[in-house]
Design a protein around this ligand. Sequence first.
Ligand code: FPP
Length: 227
Amino acid sequence: MNNELKHLAIIMDGNGRWAKEKGLARTKGHERGAEVIRDITEYCSNHPSIQTLTLYAFSTENWKRPKLEVDFLMRLLDKYLANELETYHKHNVRFETIGDISKFSASLQKRIELTKEATKNHTNIAQILALNYGSRDEITRAVNKVLEANLAITEENISKMLDTPYSDIDLLIRTSGEQRLSNFLLWQASYSEFYFTATYWPDFTPHELDDIIAKFYDRDRTFGGLS
Ligand code: FPP
C-alpha cells in the first residue's frame, strides 16, 4: 500500500503504572516520560514524510488528579520547555499547542508563548502539545467562533476554527494497553489508523515507533471507498 504518514498523534499513557511497577513515585514516570518525548520528536524530525507530531500532554480531565501531581506536571512542563529549546532549534522543530492554556499560571503561559515565538519559523516538523485539551471543548469553541463570525455551520468552517490549522491524523498511537480515545482529536482522527501498544510510555522507543510505522504502511486505507 502507498500510505503517506504526515500527521502522527500519540496518547502518552502509562507513566504512573510504569513507576508503580518499579516501586517509584508516579512523578518519576512523568519525568522519564518527558525524556521519551524528546527521543520521539527527534525520530519524527528525521522521518521523510512526518510533518506534524501531536502529543496528548494534559487533558481537561487531568485537573481531577491530586493537586501535588498536577503541580508537578506544570513544573515539569515548564522545565521541559526551557530545556527543549535547544532541541527545537537543532532539529528545526516548530512548537505549537492545542487546548485552552488560559487556565495555566501566568508564568507557564509566558513560557509557552516564548517557546512558540522562538520556534515559529522552524519548518521541519511541528510538535503540537495538547495542553488542557479536550476534543469536545475544542469543537464547541470552534462552532462558537463560526457563529461569532456569522459564517455557515459547515465542515470546512468548523475545521478552520479548530485550535490549529486543520490537518487529518494519519496514525494515532496509544501506549499502555488502554484502547480508548479519551476525548483526543475526535474530529481530526475521523479517518486515522489506530495502533494500541501495551508498552508504557516511559518504555516507548523510536525503535518501536519504527515497527508501528512499518505496520501502518501495510494497512489498506480506503477512506470509505474501495481498495
Ligand atoms: C499518562 O500517564 C500521562 C499523562 C498524564 C500525560 C503525559 C505526560 C507526560 C509524558 C509527562 C511529561 C509531559 C510534558 C509535556 C513535560 P498516567 O499518569 O495516566 O499513567 P497511568 O495511567 O499508568 O496512571
